[in-house]
Design a protein around this ligand. Structure first.
Ligand SMILES: NC(=O)C1=CN([C@@H]2O[C@H](COP(=O)(O)OP(=O)(O)OC[C@H]3O[C@@H](n4cnc5c(N)ncnc54)[C@H](OP(=O)(O)O)[C@@H]3O)[C@@H](O)[C@H]2O)C=CC1
Ligand SMILES: O=C(O)[C@@H]1CCC=N1
Length: 270
């Protein structure tokens, strides 16, 4: 069994650790590094996973998962440069950061795989897209695929698509949460108690997601089946179109893609 160290156990790092434990991986095969002792102690108390410093994590683990904010990458790469070699697989979850950045800053030959996961890995329902760097071979992709398959679905994409993937599925859960939040507010507007509105909308979201995943039907077909002639749904759809919700989504996701590109840019001249 490979030992995995998560470098930076914040939101996504914790989701990965928790998801791997739920999938049956032993806490003994996991490690993490954190900047603050308090946060490290809290995670160890919750999950029984050991914390370590970066050199210890690099010596002990076969796979190092980098899960710090893109803005925090420089000092971490400095720390890693002296302690990793081609035998260590580096997996980056960082939005926007190209594998070439890691390859420039780490010793020659270190294999790097860029991944864009999402937080549903907490419940075993992540969507992760993976792309190999220059020194990552099929064996490295297979390790990453196996690791992430335990916490959701995995797709292989060319690295040139990762900024779009980040905007679509990396950030995607936030768009659905936003929609659910707004629909619950609509329930309040119509006079429903909050608890009732929440139950109605969350189960409608679960049911709609299951239909999308399980029937294989196109979303248009599924929506048409809800939309009765001269009924209620078409009145709502007309309002959504009138308010430009479709165009807003296109613009929003394009803006997220642009931000992902921007996050990689400070390092272009490294
Ligand atoms: N959240 C999400 O849904 C997703 C995030 N990502 C990517 O994952 C990365 C992390 O995002 P997220 O979890 O949201 O961010 P967080 O800020 O929640 O987590 C990052 C963690 O890393 C810690 N940290 C920073 N530098 C170091 C270091 N040198 N050594 C050890 N720990 C360190 C931070 O500590 P401190 O609190 O002190 O800053 C923080 O706890 C980002 O690059 C993001 O693009 C990718 C997909 C989805
Ligand atoms: O908002 C972000 O930058 C990160 C990357 C994808 C999801 N969360």
């Amino acid at each position: 069994m490979t030992t995995v160290a998560v470098l930076g156990a914040g939101k996504i790092g914790e989701a990965l650790l928790s998801g791997l434990l739920h999938a049956g991986r032993s806490a003994d095969d996991l490690l993490f590094t954190e900047r603050h002792a308090e946060r490290a102690a809290e995670l160890t108390a919750t999950y029984g996973i050991r914390s370590a410093d970066v050199p210890t994590a690099a010596k002990t683990a076969d796979v190092l998962v980098v899960a710090v904010k893109p803005q925090d990458i420089d000092p971490l790469l400095d720390d890693l440069a002296g302690v990793v070699g081609p035998e260590t697989l580096v997996v980056s979850l960082c939005a926007g950061l190209p594998t070439a950045l890691f390859e420039r800053r780490l010793p020659h030959g270190v294999p790097v795989v860029r991944v864009m996961p999402n937080t549903p890995m907490l419940v075993g329902e992540a969507m992760s897209a993976i792309s190999p760097g220059r020194h990552a071979g099929p064996e490295h992709l297979a390790i990453v695929e196996e690791l992430l398959s335990a916490v959701g679905k995995v797709a292989r994409v060319p690295e040139s698509q990762q900024d779009a993937v980040t905007a679509l599925s990396g950030s995607g859960p936030a768009y659905f949460f936003f929609l659910v939040e707004a629909m619950i507010d609509a329930g309040i507007l119509l006079g429903l108690p909050r608890a009732v509105a929440e139950k109605l909308i969350v189960q409608s979201a679960v049911g709609a997601a299951a239909m999308l995943a399980e029937t294989g039907e196109h979303p248009v077909t599924l929506r048409e089946a809800v939309t009765s002639p001269a009924g209620t749904t078409i009145m709502a759809i007309r309002e959504l179109e009138r308010h430009g919700v479709r165009a807003a989504l296109l613009a929003a996701i394009e803006a997220a893609r642009d931000r992902s590109r921007e996050l990689g840019q400070p390092h272009d001249a490294d």
